[in-house]
Each structure stands twice: as structure tokens, then as C-alpha cells.
Design a protein around this ligand. Sequence first.
Ligand code: G3P
Length: 217
Amino acid sequence: MKFFIDTANLAQIKEAQDLGILDGVTTNPSLMAKEGISGKEAILNHYKTICEIVDGDISAEVLSTTYEEMIKEGDELAAIHPNIVVKIPMIKDGIKALKYFSNKGIKTNCTLIFSAGQALLAAKAGANYVSPFLGRLDDISVDGMNLIEEIRIIFDNYMFDTEILAASIRSPMHIINCAKIGADVITSPLDSILNLLNHPLTDKGLAQFVADAKKLS
Ligand code: G3P
């Protein structure tokens, strides 16, 4: 399973990269706004910097919602670096844009996936990734993990190459359950990734080892 970090924060991206387990980065307009980035030039430069930090797929989301504007914006984003994946929203014009980029050999990630039907359409249009939003489904009392399972079955039935990129991860349990179900990728905030490290028996065991190590020197 690939690990992506879901942030536009450069310090967090560097920290995850330094861990040695990072395969890519996802961002969205909300995450970019959180870092105070605004204006086309600043946005393109920020993606360029992320590409310099991480050698993996970097999802850069279009800000527009019409076919013509999305393909213009996506072409500009894709020109930044070969690792850029153009992130397109799950709307009718988005499906057409996915097909356009697929025909051009530009990688895409279809975002805001909340149903198996949406994932199927995006795969049919040639998306490289679909991003089902687990946490936001859980927020409205719908089992997000069930959606990952449904998409896994559908993609396996027809051997779609489209990868399931589980997004809106809120906890280490989301990551573990995605791994059990067979999501291809998780994109997560740094804290949920770091929380995978924790276990009280590890802390207790290490304290004992450190105490006993002193007896050996
Ligand atoms: O990048 C999209 C997704 O991961 C957003 O997560 O926490 O805003 O629902 P969240």
C-alpha cells in the first residue's frame, strides 16, 4: 500500500519524506488556502517546491469546474513536473476532462468520490486514481469503509488499472482498515501516520531495555 500525505504544509511534507515511507502528496484548494497560498504564480511555485521535496505522485487540484477551464488549468499544472497528477472533481465536465488527460497520457486523480457509481465512471474515463472520502462519509453516519470495499470489488471484477486512493483519513484505524480491505493508497494527515507508531507496550518495553542497557556498560 502506498502512503501519501494529505497536506500542502512544506514542513509536514519534509517530516514525512524524512521518515522514508512517503510515496506521494495530495493537496486540495482548502489545504492550499490553509497555508496562505494564493495567486496562480504562488500556487505553481508551491507545487514545484513539493515536487522537489518528494519524488512521487503529487496531486494538484484544478480550481475551475468547466471542461474548458479544467483542461487549460490541468495542462498548466502538468507542465510543472512529470510527477504532477491533475486532480479533477467528480462532475460531468470532470469526466470529460479525465478522458482528455487520459488520452494525453497525463495522470489524473478524481476527487470527491462518495459512491461506487462515481468511482466506476471515473475509472471508465481513465482516471489513474479515485479518491473516496472516508471521513466525510463517517461524519454523516455512512460507513466510509464500506465504500472502499465496494470499489475494490468492482475494480477487481473488471481489472481496472485505476488505483483506490483512500482520502479524508482521520485516524490510524482508517489506515489499518484500508490496508485490510486492499486500498492501493492512503492519503493521510501526518498525525494519523505518526499515530501508527504508538503502542504502550512498546514504550514500556523500551524503557526496560534502556534501563537494562545501562547495566551492560
Ligand atoms: O484531500 C481530500 C481529503 O483527504 C480531505 O479530507 O479531512 O477535509 O475530509 P477532509
